[in-house]
Design a binder for this molecule. Structure first.
Ligand code: NAD
Length: 298
């Protein structure tokens, strides 16, 4: 199958490589030259622009940072000069970026008017899951469009959930990431407290992992350096899921909570803490670096 892949960052790069390894013909594009160069060394064929990438594509996959990038790409600045105008009728667009549900619905509506199918399919599982092809997809769209997307999603993920109609995948994703943001801060506090008391971080991590505090961060993404060899914490908090991306997701969750008059006090506090952490010079580090806020210095 010919697939256009737009956005070759920490997640999109390895996802596109998995589709390539599965035998699909990928035409990839990213605005960043570094991302394109890296993708080329992994064997991907690079297009000269997003418009070029979608020529002849049966499926278009996008993996961009935030709502404004997705809207600008597909709808263009004035809503007239976007990529949708260059995508053939009958094509399926799979947007895996984490963005506002309302933006997914806006793009889906414009796509439908142009005879193009659209699903939102944000992911969970981190860069490790993207590389291993074990991501969890949370899909919003029709049954028929999900079944069309399934053979493509299966090459990049291990779990595919149908959350509901377009936008529902995004709602599930922000609920999950609000919980993740909160549990990473909680895990950081517990790790820092134990280590301040002289406990060995690996021993403490293993005790909590197998006790009632066990969670995903303790399983595979410990914020304390040296506990998990492949976690960003053991690599100077490089790569992974950026603090500012977590901040964006917590912002989406709070906007939604306000609209729904929902009570999310810990989600609100987590957003405020990641905002302070970002301003403190950690915006580009992995979000698990939030442990630095609660760690004893020196
Ligand atoms: P990233 O910043 O590493 O990559 C995004 C890429 O999109 C960049 O290379 C950028 O140059 C490119 N881009 C932006 N606008 C573009 C355009 N118009 N055309 C082509 N390329 C464009 O981000 P990431 O970590 O890969 O995350 C991507 C999305 O996945 C985000 O919405 C994020 O919230 C979500 N996500 C990330 C993780 C993670 O662990 N990193 C996990 C789950 C979900």
């Amino acid at each position: 199958m010919q697939i256009a892949f737009i956005g070759l960052g920490h997640m999109g790069g390895p996802m596109a490589v998995n589709l390539h390894k599965a035998g699909h013909h990928i035409r990839a594009f990213d605005l960043s030259q570094d991302a394109c160069d890296k993708a080329r060394t992994e064997g991907l064929t690079l297009a000269t622009s997003a418009e070029d990438a979608v020529q002849g594509a049966e499926v278009v996959v996008s993996m961009l940072p935030a709502s404004q990038h997705v809207e600008a790409l597909f709808l263009g600045k004035g809503g007239q000069d976007g990529l949708l105008q260059h995508i053939a009728k009958g094509t399926l667009v799979i947007d895996s970026s984490t963005i506002a549900a309302a933006t997914s619905q806006k793009v889906a509506k414009a796509a439908e008017a142009a005879g193009i199918a659209f699903i939102d399919a944000p992911v969970s599982g981190g860069t490790g899951g993207a590389i291993a092809g074990t991501l969890t997809f949370m899909v919003g769209g029709t049954d028929a469009d999900l079944e069309r997307a399934r053979p493509v999603l299966e090459k990049m993920g291990a779990n595919i959930f149908h959350a509901g109609s377009v936008g529902a995948g995004q709602t599930a994703k922000i609920c999950n990431n609000m919980l993740l943001g909160i549990l990473m801060i909680g895990t950081s506090e517990a790790m820092a407290l134990g280590v301040a008391n002289g406990l060995d971080p690996k021993v403490l991590a293993e005790i909590m992992r197998r006790s009632s505090g066990g969670n995903w961060a303790l399983e595979k993404y410990n914020p304390y350096p040296g506990v998990h060899e492949n976690a960003p914490a053991s690599k100077g908090y490089a790569g992974g899921f950026g603090t500012d991306l977590m901040l964006k997701d917590l912002g989406l969750a709070q906007e939604n909570a306000m609209a729904m008059k929902a009570s999310t006090p810990l989600g609100g506090l987590a957003r405020a803490l990641y905002a302070a952490h970002s301003l403190g010079g950690h915006s580009g580090e992995d979000f698990s670096s939030v442990i630095k806020m609660v760690q004893k210095k020196g």
